[in-house]
Each structure stands twice: as C-alpha cells, then as structure tokens.
Design a protein around this ligand. Sequence first.
Ligand code: ADP
Length: 162
Amino acid sequence: MKKSVIYPGSFDPLTNGHVNIIERAARCFDEVIIGVAKNSSKNSILTPDERVYIFKKLFKNKKKIIIDQFEGLLAEYVNKKKIYTILRGMRTVQDFEYELQMATSNNKLNKKIETIFMVADGNYSHISSSLIKDIIRLGGDASNFIPKIVEKELRKKLLKKG
Ligand code: ADP
C-alpha cells in the first residue's frame, strides 16, 4: 500500500525550512501532499493561489510531491483525502506547545488521525514565515531564507504595490 502523508500549513511564504521538511518527507513516504491552507488572514503577504503557484513551479518535476489547497478544518480535509497521517515540523518548545494542542484536538475530532513530527534541521530552525514577512516589510534581504522563486514573486508583488 502507498504510504502518503499530508503536510498542511499556511506557507505564507514558503521558506527553506519548509522545503527541507518536504524533501526529507519525500524520502520517508511514497507521496507527500502539501495542503496549502486558504486562510485569509489580514497579515498575509501572498494569496493562497500565489502560494500554490510557487509550490507548483518549485516542485514541478517531483512526482512524489502533490500540491493541493484546503479551506476549513484540517480534520475534515484529511477525512476527505482519506489520508490520516499529518506531518508537521518542530522547531522549538513554542512549536511543541501549539503542535501538541493541535495534534490532540485533531485526534479527538477523528481517532484515525495521527500527527507525526519532523525535527527542524539545525540550519533552518530559526526560520519562520513571520520572520520573512517582517524582513520583507522592513525592506531587508531575506534571500538566504527562502527559495529564489519566492523571492522573485515577493519582489514582483511589492513592486506592483509601489
Ligand atoms: P501554520 O500556519 O499551519 O503553522 P506554517 O506555514 O507556519 O503553517 O508551517 C507549517 C509547518 O511547517 C508547521 O508544522 C511548522 O512548525 C513547520 N515549519 C515552519 N517553519 C519551519 C522550519 N524553519 N523548519 C521546520 N519546520 C518548519
């Protein structure tokens, strides 16, 4: 049987830390489904469609990596896909507290759901999407933390905004 996992997140924007988790997960699973959460936070820098576009461009030659998006409860999305293994990244103790709550709640919502964690690579554990947003908004250089395509899309967007 094919071993699949769902890696959900906002990915606003996608960072090198996320890419590292995805590439490592692709070595452990037959299929990694990226679930881009379509949350419309006021604080977002990219629309869900822009985030999906970036993923599709970046992973276009990787057959094991499937790009998808979802709205609403993760437990429902997982149920719809019939893939009950959720993958999350773990960077810090702060991540642990939040992730523990999420994993427990998802399992209470549906007993079939298991959440597994991949420890962040030491080279990326300091990177978060919110850090990137702050750097970009303050006019800094985030190129060491994000894939080139993300940098390009962010620059395009900021130029458009003037
Ligand atoms: P969410 O809004 O769902 O927390 P994120 O896009 O911030 O979505 O993160 C998605 C997942 O990736 C989370 O499990 C998060 O802990 C993990 N993650 C974020 N940044 C990193 C990183 N630098 N290294 C490893 N995992 C990370």
